[in-house]
Design a protein around this ligand. Structure first.
Ligand SMILES: Cc1cc2nc3c(=O)[nH]c(=O)nc-3n(C[C@H](O)[C@H](O)[C@H](O)COP(=O)(O)OP(=O)(O)OC[C@H]3O[C@@H](n4cnc5c(N)ncnc54)[C@H](O)[C@@H]3O)c2cc1C
Length: 804
């Protein structure tokens, strides 16, 4: 075996094979894939090989399309067939909610360039005559997708990679990994040691064990999964074309043709975790015993919905394990604190996603940038909260919901609560309906007394609509309280802090006692953060950003080479926060603060290190509602006291809680974008409009050259907020924005603007069309709605209330 490699890929399943191919394709040499057994011997060989472009995240959908399109390329390069059956896909709806979901998929697919349409049940039955259409009310057809041969596909990747010079060692087991001082790795195997610059964990069912070799606990767990292959079905005899692969949401069934019979699989509730603690070393090319007794009721639903399947015998049953992350998306990317160690694991749809994962990972390794926004599959979306117990509760929940619809207003219950703020019980007592962000419970909206704190899952406006409106109105007319503990918070200290931050962030750093809005750019000029920086002292800064991105931002800070005299740490669990917003917020706060809060004495973006009632606190004049407002930060031991005192002081002023849903409405009325939704690494400073906070006069900051070039050329598209003629449903996200029949952009977020009385959609449109009054159309759940660009915020365009 070779003694040195530029990169060692651990694992020869479909994901490792794709990673090897893409690294070779991007031009890396000295590549070695190490496989303990035969190629595809883990979960890959017994997969059903289904492939499709459907994913709730637009960028993952795009990568799935890339994966499917890639198969012809690797077939041509390798001469190895992938066994493609590109017969497209059908999705069946049995309820009004499922039908809405299919319409949303259609609206999204248009901008992604995917051929997708709603079809009649008669048409569906023509494409798959085995469907008993009496069980359904609607169907979606998509051209992309079908199925492939799992083993052939894996071999095609590997053969194509070999053509490009990559090497493969089969029947060689990685036993341990040891990092050298220079960041390189000694990959110790049962056939000798390879010295490698980079290591990639593509170990699938064993990814957890490879993680243990480097001291990390990856949130990944395997579940058992069954499918059956029937004997030949008379109804399929003589057909010229295979039936279209079909997903039945109500039945939680997928089915497709397999030779003269059918393959039918189910994602049953109460699925079985496989090998919860350790994957056996010798589990290679193996299957698990059938469990028909447990699964019979679920397959019987399939036999009712596709009756011909129940009339023939079962030729073969497959039960095999494969892995999931807690939210069902893959874990991809570098791991904070481990140099040159990469992961590409927890891939539950390897034949839809493997190619895309190889593509972004190879770019990330070669260019330090995945080349597109992949936040939803970035390993950094999980932090310390994703313990093995958390994973063991979330993965079965996700498995059971694999074919259930994810409603936009639905909060999943497993493994909750994990992280609670000191006022969690108080908020619950006040009627809070909670969501979880990075494991932390936070209030979405508040059910008034006598109203159950629950919401019916829907794609349309829910029963919470009126209560959210009341919260918004309280903020605009009076004063509201919102807990901000779920923001990501960091402290940067040390003599070199200011100089380092000045390079990492694109904004002008604030003077002592002030804060600044702080975009953070990648070297390619893309938005990797939209944070705020508060200067507490010349060598002490507090940074606040999105809570979900805590690990992502910490990894970014660490990889931005803080020098020895700069100390960066998360203070997310050691600092709690609350926002007081509304025209009476000053009056409220002045009752608890000795400092003069009058407009001249405490201006927008100033801060004080002071006491708010009994709590020592950092007080900033800032907020996200567009009203006069303050954020107060204190440590957990004081937080409940602070909350109680604010509440006591505010009661007489009509203080009201507001939650995340109201905040979304209030911010869009002000046309404020939000990181994760509107501002993501796909967009640039000028496209987002965050260039107004960029200090182009600074000689050195990450992304400067790209931002300057963009400033000279002008952005290709722009972030806009539109007023939408919606009726009972507002946009959700990723719906296509249509101009003269063509999709020109997509929606990034939306809400009903309760205080301006209009439905709002934010998104990106070509710069030439980003004009006030420009008209578009947006397909909301199958209805074309007109959308008009409003270049000025629809609420308080001059910002007088914010500055009041
Ligand atoms: C019954 C069933 C049906 C499925 N149907 C579909 C489907 O229709 N469509 C779809 O897209 N997906 C399907 N899947 C999921 C699919 O199988 C996975 O997404 C895919 O196989 C994941 O591939 P992988 O490369 O990540 O992992 P694996 O295939 O598990 O590969 C990991 C490899 O790493 C090797 N390895 C591990 N540790 C070491 C070590 N220490 N040293 C050297 N080598 C090591 C292993 O031997 C293994 O070959 C199905 C899965 C099952 C079980």
């Amino acid at each position: 075996m070779q003694a040195h490699a530029r990169a060692v890929v651990i694992g020869g399943g479909v994901v490792g094979a794709s990673t090897l191919y893409h690294l070779a394709k991007i031009g890396w040499s000295e590549l070695l894939l190490i496989e303990q057994s035969e190629l595809a011997a883990g979960s890959t060989w017994h997969a059903a090989g289904g492939m499709h472009t459907f994913n709730g995240e637009a960028n993952i959908s795009r990568l799935q399309k890339y994966t499917i399109d890639l198969y012809r390329e690797i077939e041509a390069l390798s001469g190895q067939s992938c066994g493609l059956h590109p017969n497209g896909g059908l999705m069946l709806a049995a309820t009004a909610g499922e039908l809405d979901s299919l319409k949303l998929i259609c609206s999204r697919a248009r901008y992604l360039g995917m051929e997708t349409e709603m079809i009649s049940l008669a048409e569906a039955s023509r494409l798959n005559p085995l469907i008993d259409t009496r069980h359904f009310i609607g169907a979606l057809w998509r051209a992309d997708g079908g199925h492939c041969d799992p083993s052939g596909t894996t071999h095609a990747y590997v053969k194509a990679a070999r053509q490009l010079g990559a090497k493969v060692e089969r029947f060689t087991r990685v036993l341990s990994l040891a990092q050298r001082a220079d960041g390189c790795w000694d990959v110790v195997t049962d056939k000798g040691t390879v010295h490698a610059e980079h290591v990639i964990n593509c170990a699938g069912l064993w990814a957890r064990e490879i993680g243990h070799m480097v001291g990390i606990e990856l949130p990944v767990l395997a579940m058992e999964h069954h499918y059956l292959i029937t004997e030949d079905i008379p109804e399929l005899r003589g057909r010229e074309q295979e039936i279209v692969n079909t997903t039945d949401y109500a039945g939680e069934i997928y089915m497709r043709q397999e030779r003269g019979g059918a393959l039918i699989g189910t994602y049953e509730p109460h699925g079985v975790v496989w090998s919860p603690v350790k994957t056996p070393d010798d589990f290679s090319m193996q299957l698990l015993p059938d469990d028909f007794e447990r699964l019979a009721p679920y397959f019987e639903v399939g036999f009712r919905h596709f009756p011909a399947l129940g009339r023939v015998g079962i030729r073969k049953a497959i039960n095999g394990p494969f892995t999931f992350a807690p939210d069902g998306n893959p874990l991809v990317g570098p791991v904070r604190g481990l140099r040159n160690f990469w992961v590409a694991c927890a891939v539950m749809a390897g034949f839809s996603q493997g190619g895309g994962i190889g593509l972004v990972l190879s770019r990330w390794m070669a260019h330090d940038d995945p080349g597109q926004d992949i936040l939803s599959m970035d390993v950094a979306r999980f932090g310390a909260f994703a313990t093995p117990r958390y994973t063991s509760l979330k993965v079965p929940e996700n498995y059971a919901r694999r074919f259930r619809l994810a409603y936009p207003n639905e909060e999943l219950p497993a493994a909750r609560p994990v992280r609670r703020s000191p006022v969690y019980d108080r908020l619950q007592a006040a009627g809070a309906v909670m969501g979880a962000n990075f494991g932390l419970e936070h209030a979405l909206w508040f059910a008034p007394a006598g109203v159950p704190p629950a919401e019916t899952p829907t794609y349309r406006r829910s029963e919470a609509f009126a209560f959210i409106r009341a919260e918004c109105q309280a903020v605009r007319s009076n004063v509201g309280l919102y807990e901000t503990s779920n923001y990501g918070k960091y402290e940067v200290t040390g003599r070199g802090a200011r100089a380092w931050l000045d390079r990492v962030f694109a904004c002008r750093l604030p003077r002592r006692g002030r804060l600044a809005l702080a975009p953070m750019l990648s070297p390619a000029g893309r938005i990797v953060g939209d944070l705020s920086i508060a200067c507490l002292a010349d060598d002490r800064f507090m940074i606040v950003g999105s809570g979900f991105a805590e690990e992502f931002h910490l990894r970014w800070f660490c990889s931005s080479d803080p020098p020895a005299d700069v100390f960066v740490r998360s203070v997310s669990s050691t600092l709690n926060g609350v926002s007081i917003a509304g025209p009476r917020s000053r009056e409220l706060l002045q009752r608890l603060v000795r400092d003069d809060l009058s407009p001249g004495a405490f201006k927008l973006f100033q801060l004080r290190q002071t006491a708010v009632g009994l709590a020592p606190a950092i007080l900033t004049r800032a907020g996200f509602t567009g009203e006069l407002g303050y954020e107060i930060w204190t440590t957990p031991d004081y937080f409940a006291t602070l909350y109680d005192e604010l509440w006591d002081a505010g009661r007489a002023l009509g203080l009201k809680h507001f939650g995340g849903r109201a905040l979304s409405s209030l911010r869009l009325e002000k046309a404020y974008g939000s990181f994760n939704k509107d501002f993501r690494p796909d967009y640039t400073a000028a496209e987002t409009g965050l260039d107004r906070f960029v200090d182009f006069g600074k000689v050195d900051f990450a992304g400067r050259a790209a931002a300057l070039a963009e400033r000279a050329a002008g952005p290709a598209r722009r972030f806009v907020v539109m007023e939408v003629a919606a009726e009972d449903a507002d946009v959700i996200g990723y719906e296509s924005i249509i101009k003269d029949g063509a999709a020109v952009g997509y929606v990034t977020s939306g809400a009903y603007g309760h205080c301006i009385g209009a439905s709002l959609a934010a998104g990106y449109v070509p710069s030439a069309l980003a004009r006030d009054g420009e008209r578009f159309e947006i397909d909301i759940l199958g209805e074309m709605r007109s959308a008009i660009v409003r270049r000025e915020p629809m609420y308080d365009p001059q910002g007088l209330r914010l500055r009041s």
